[in-house]
Design a protein around this ligand. Structure first.
Ligand SMILES: NC(=O)c1ccc[n+]([C@@H]2O[C@H](COP(=O)([O-])OP(=O)(O)OC[C@H]3O[C@@H](n4cnc5c(N)ncnc54)[C@H](OP(=O)(O)O)[C@@H]3O)[C@@H](O)[C@H]2O)c1
Length: 267
């Protein structure tokens, strides 16, 4: 019952997709600070390699960069081949890489729609499918493996921005989480989703000119999310403490959904 055992994740091996910045970097940092070996992916090779070096040094734990484009079947296959040739098992898969696309309703392009759906939804299904054998290797009733899909409160609330595919893709992520959870719980792989609210990142920053003050003032907690918020929830889900939580979509949004529901003025 000690916290040091209930929340212990040290010695585990994790994959964090989109780990070169933003929420993925925050989750990777939380793992590394607590003794988890982490594979991080992103498309931009130089930035990813530099980030992995920086995180390894800061937390004195191994962070391994694997550049790849996870929005294509070829990219996923080459990534999975790399993992299978370098690891005998994986404990945690964090499906975090995601993209958004904003355009006025009348001009909303198929290119944007496909980009968002391919990465945010299709790649979560296929990457998890391809990694299921290696996630199963050490998974047991006492110590299950974990998959965490990063959804969004935009999949729960109705977004105010003109990001039509994004909200739909995140609602799909939340439901896919339940479908995957049902299929994989029998293999001792527990699937859950985190639906973040506002966190500092390139994605959200681009939408608000990197000025979060309005978002902070409208949030019930009067701030945006911090690395500790998202890392702490992820570690809970991956630790002994979270081993009876399955198929859930858990918000990390300062209370936006819980206290404001569908009130668009709160966004
Ligand atoms: N920040 C928020 O407020 C917020 C709120 C709710 C949900 N989320 C979700 O949180 C997740 C992370 O978002 P973020 O805000 O941290 O975004 P971000 O700063 O844009 O980071 C996205 C990460 O994914 C990688 N990535 C993008 N496309 C990729 C691809 N095709 N293949 C492999 N990696 C790819 C990026 O690296 P490269 O560009 O080098 O590929 C980067 O590492 C997303 O699923 C997002 O929808 C974020």
């Amino acid at each position: 019952m000690k916290i040091s055992e209930l929340f212990n994740v040290s010695g585990k091996v994790a994959i964090v997709t989109g780990g070169s910045r933003g929420i993925g970097e925050m989750i990777a940092a939380g793992f590394l600070a607590n003794g988890v070996k982490v594979y991080v992916t992103a498309r931009k090779e130089a930035a990813l390699i530099e980030k992995a070096r920086e995180l390894s040094e800061k937390y004195e734990c191994e962070c391994i960069p694997v550049p790849c484009d996870l929005s294509t079947m070829e990219g996923m296959t080459s990534f999975v081949n790399y993992i299978e040739s370098n690891e005998e098992h994986i404990d945690f898969l964090i499906n975090n890489a995601g993209a958004s696309w904003g355009e006025p309703y009348a001009e909303y392009s198929e290119k944007g729609w496909d980009k968002v759906m391919d990465l945010n939804v299709k790649s979560i299904f296929y990457l998890t499918q391809k990694l299921t054998p290696i996630l199963k290797i050490k998974a047991s009733i006492e110590d299950p493996s974990r998959v965490i899909n990063i959804g969004s409160i935009d999949g729960l609330n109705v977004p105010a921005l003109e990001s039509y595919a994004y909200g739909a893709s995140k609602a799909a992520v939340h439901h896919l989480t339940r479908v995957q959870a049902r299929r994989l719980v029998g293999d001792n792989i527990l699937v859950n989703a985190i639906a973040p609210g506002p966190y500092e990142s390139m994605m959200l920053g681009a939408a608000v000119n990197h000025d979060y003050s309005l978002i902070e003032s409208r949030n019930p907690r009067k701030r945006i999310g911090s690395p500790e918020d998202i890392a702490g929830l992820t570690i809970f889900l991956c630790s002994r403490a979270g081993a009876y939580t399955v198929g859930e979509v858990i918000t990390s949004d300062g209370g936006l959904v819980g206290t404001a529901g569908h009130d668009l003025s709160q966004l």
